[in-house]
Write a protein that binds this ligand. Structure first.
Ligand SMILES: Cc1ncc(COP(=O)(O)O)c(C=O)c1O
Length: 353
């Protein structure tokens, strides 16, 4: 059977032949002792790229976020963020279970906080009962549609946070997508936050791994927490070798993913304007199409897509498509070609009940 077109996430990519070669010959040691030369090289390189003093390589974006939240936020205190952020959505129970942390969230258009919104979020409770220890930003914002927080907005937010004496953390799982699409170097985004994480395992194409970058003292404590949370992964240099290639080569090809995503958004908008009104909103590698508006329940539409050989996801009640390293423009055109009959089939299924 023909392989499906896999648009579920940018995490589904397979390591490239160059990554496989580098993994096979990676020099390794025990990362518990900070002894793995390839992990150490990757950490140094990540810190350099981000313009931060140090970096800590961990298994997942979730682990990176949870270490960072634990670093900055006391149990019983709050992290301020946009309500649909990964930290306060998918990870809300992790933060509660691992750190006793709750969130003060607010909905912002397309997931994008502004300095004005942040001012409200960080307003001090006169009774000092609700204490916000950290502001967390997500750039690009996944549920917002891979939207970018422009550097000027981040600078304005940073100023507001400084006035409130609140440190700023960046969940930059896809910060390289934001950088490539906006033309702002990643270190300029990084300069406006105290600490950040980014994922090697998403658009950059590595099989595994995320990296926390920040001040040396903070990263030293992050390494302790990594062990505490069960993340000391011994000869991780095998993975770090692929991470080094992802870091070097990944950003150079992200513009292709963005062009494919826009092409898909425009194709869906042409065929079914009720599913997708403004294709220009999708600036990076994530596209959302509405389901109910085309007359189908999201999971019915998802199943019809799967039967047509296209894999996607339901996120926030919409169909989410993500472009990546292993998706070609031909596959995007094929998805656009199949979309109208998928929608017709899903509608019919709904009518039959
Ligand atoms: C914005 C954002 N942050 C963090 C994560 C968590 O990354 P991981 O799946 O590696 O735990 C994701 C995963 O999709 C994400 O989209």
């Amino acid at each position: 059977m023909e392989r499906p077109i896999d648009l579920r996430s940018d995490t589904v990519t397979k390591p490239t032949p160059a990554m496989r070669r580098a993994m096979a010959k990676a020099e390794v040691g025990d990362d518990w002792y900070n002894d793995d030369p390839t992990v150490n090289l990757l950490q140094d390189r990540c810190a350099e790229v981000m313009g931060k003093e140090a970096a800590c390589y961990v298994a997942t974006g979730t682990m990176a976020n949870e270490i960072a939240l634990h670093l900055y936020c006391r149990g019983g205190h709050l992290v301020a963020c946009e309500s649909r952020s990964h930290v306060s959505g998918v990870e809300v129970s992790s933060a509660a279970a691992m750190s006793g942390i709750a969130f003060r969230g607010t909905l912002a258009p397309h997931g994008q906080l502004t300095a004005e919104i942040v001012e409200g979020l960080l307003e001090r409770d006169p009774y000092n009962v609700e204490v916000v220890d950290l502001l967390s930003i997500e750039n690009t914002h996944q549920i917002g549609g891979g939207t970018i927080m422009p550097i000027d907005e981040l600078r304005a937010i940073r100023k507001v946070a400084q006035e409130a004496e609140t440190p700023v953390y960046l969940d930059g799982a896809r910060i390289f997508n934001a950088s490539v699409a906006s033309g702002t170097p990643v270190n300029e985004f990084a300069a406006e936050v105290d600490t950040l994480m980014f994922c090697l395992s998403k658009g950059l194409g590595a099989p595994i791994g995320s990296v926390i970058c920040g001040p040396a003292g903070v990263i030293e404590e992050a390494r302790r927490l990594k062990i505490l949370f069960g993340g000391a992964w011994r000869q991780a240099g095998i993975m770090a070798a692929a991470g080094l290639i992802a870091l070097e080569r990944g950003p150079k090809r992200l513009h292709k993913d963005h062009a494919n995503a826009r092409r898909l958004a425009e194709g869906i908008a042409d065929a079914t304007p009720e599913a997708l009104e403004e294709p220009e909103l999708f600036e990076t590698n994530i596209v959302f199409a509405k389901a109910v508006e085309v007359g189908a329940k999201p999971f019915v539409l998802l199943e019809c897509l799967r039967q047509a050989g296209v894999l996607a996801n339901v996120v926030g009640g919409k169909i989410r498509f993500v472009t990546h390293l292993d998706v070609t423009t031909d596959q995007i055109d094929e998805t656009i070609r199949r979309w109208p009959s998928v929608v017709r089939k899903a509608r019919k299924r709904e009518e039959r009940g």
